[in-house]
Design a protein around this ligand. Structure first.
Ligand code: DLL
Length: 445
């Protein structure tokens, strides 16, 4: 550890602008800090949220039973369902007058999930977003073009507060109006772009189509998250915008963006373990899995006041690694999220995530990386059609489209083992995203 700390070099190095001591803390020390904070968080939840008191009592556990970190496995899980049942403020652990802000996730059906923050929670959130952005190469003084949506979605204000905490200037443009986004990027000269990867692609495409060169300008860093994306998409965005693109992870139930952020090594996202405890469980049996195995991510908040979450089942599928990272940070890494458990498609016995299809599509030069998956029922079988767009340079010709469709079909079959229909359309026919992309249209009813 000593040698690694010594090799970190200049303490003013941009990637350690923030919280260097905490981010390079030896793992044993980090575990001791987590233990103390976990005790506080369990007691806080138990004493202030009737739901947790009942759930712990039913499971026969008390906060005092959690001696070691591994004892957390004896505590029950909490899910989005409980947040819905206790809508709007039933899981809050502080009185309404201590709440400084509310956010909510839209949810496609029914009531939204509401989350609340005390002033201290907002302060920590800004810190963690600042740390995540610094890890991705954002520096004090940078101009940050923030195209995450402002409003109830946590992306806009989360990135905004983090960038300001780091000492950046923010262009709070929010999502949408792509023409204006490109104009402002060009005229204001932002060094950093915050957006969903699908919207960043939309921006890059618009610029290219209108002969606007963002590549040779000051734009240098992309902070992309809020939806699954692939390494192939990273390459496309980095090349298309002339940037280093880093992944950003978070969810409103736990905080918002900045729960984990990728450093410039681009080898996964550092989960900020001084504020969260990460576990992986088997999504079927809910049994904890060892480090390195793929499963569902479960997160426990260690310092959240307003809305403590004890063993929250995220539904996100990924794996963790505690292998040292070349950047010198000791906090474990969450590897790229392949998708949500609920987004997994089972097509004729093959389990697939939309991001796996994306990884195949992005590498085919004759198609643009916009796609939608249409799932329908063919008798008793589920059928998948992949709707893709021909690249703008491809002539509008049915025979050419059919040849490309066959090739794509072949790639999907050989790389994922899935037989599906591929439909190639002309440029601009696949709906564009302004925030989180809708990748799957389910017609099964
Ligand atoms: O999407 C927070 C966020 C905003 C993260 C901006 C990053 C950047 P929610 O709307 O509550 O919060 O959605 C959370 O989005 O459970 C994942 O399924 C998905 N998600 C978020 N980040 C990533 C990512 C925000 N980097 C849900 N990769 C999560 C894959 C992601 N999926």
């Amino acid at each position: 550890m000593q040698a690694r700390t010594a090799s970190l070099g200049n303490p003013d190095e941009p990637r350690f602008m923030y919280a260097r001591d905490i981010e390079t803390m030896p793992r044993l020390q980090l575990a001791a800090l987590q233990r103390d904070r976990l005790h506080w968080s369990l007691a806080h939840a138990y004493e202030n949220v009737p739901y947790y008191a009942r759930a712990f009592d039913d499971a026969g556990v008390q906060p005092a039973d959690c001696g070691a970190l591994s004892d957390l496995a004896r505590f029950p899980f909490v899910t989005k369902e409980e947040l819905r049942t206790h809508y709007p403020f039933g899981l809050f652990a502080v009185t309404r007058d201590r709440i400084a802000r509310l956010h909510a996730s839209s949810g496609t059906t029914g009531k939204p999930t509401v989350v609340g923050y005390t002033a201290e929670d907002l302060d920590i959130w800004a810190d963690l977003m600042a740390r995540s952005m610094a890890a991705a190469g954002v520096r004090p003084g940078d101009l940050v073009h923030n195209a995450y949506g402002y409003g109830l979605f946590t992306g806009g204000l989360g990135a905004h507060d983090g960038a300001q905490r780091l000492g950046c200037a923010v262009v709070p443009v929010s999502g949408g109006n792509t023409e204006k986004q490109v104009l402002l990027l060009q005229d204001f000269g932002a060094r950093v772009l915050c957006a969903t990867p699908s919207y960043a692609l939309n921006i890059a495409e618009f610029a290219a189509l209108h002969g606007i060169d963002l590549k040779s300008g000051p734009l240098a860093v992309g902070i992309f998250g809020a939806e699954p994306w692939s390494e192939a998409m990273r390459r496309t965005l980095q090349y298309g915008l002339g940037i280093t693109a880093c992944d950003m992870y978070g969810l409103s139930e736990i905080m918002g963006p900045g729960v984990a952020g990728e450093c410039t090594e681009q080898q996964g996202l550092h989960g900020w373990e001084d504020h969260f405890l990460f576990e992986i469980i088997d999504p079927e049996t809910a049994t904890p899995l060892p480090m390195g195995e793929t499963g569902e991510l479960v997160i426990t908040t260690l310092t959240k006041q307003a809305l403590p979450m004890i063993r929250y089942r995220t539904r996100d599928i990924t794996r963790l690694t505690d292998e040292p990272c070349a950047c010198g940070r000791s906090h474990l890494r969450i590897l790229r999220i392949s998708g949500r458990n609920d987004d997994m498609l089972i097509i004729r016995g093959v389990n697939i995530y939309p991001s796996q299809i994306e990884a195949v599509l992005v590498d085919v030069p004759e198609i643009a990386p916009h796609y939608q998956l249409v799932v329908s029922r063919d008798g008793t079988m589920d059928a998948l059609a992949v709707l893709v767009e021909a690249a703008p340079s491809v002539p509008e010709d049915d025979a050419v489209y059919q040849r490309i469709a066959k090739e794509v079909q072949h790639h999907i079959k050989s790389l994922i083992g899935l037989t599906c229909e591929v439909i190639v359309t002309g440029s601009g026919r696949v709906p564009r995203s302004q925030g989180k992309a809708v990748r799957v249209r389910d017609l099964r009813g």
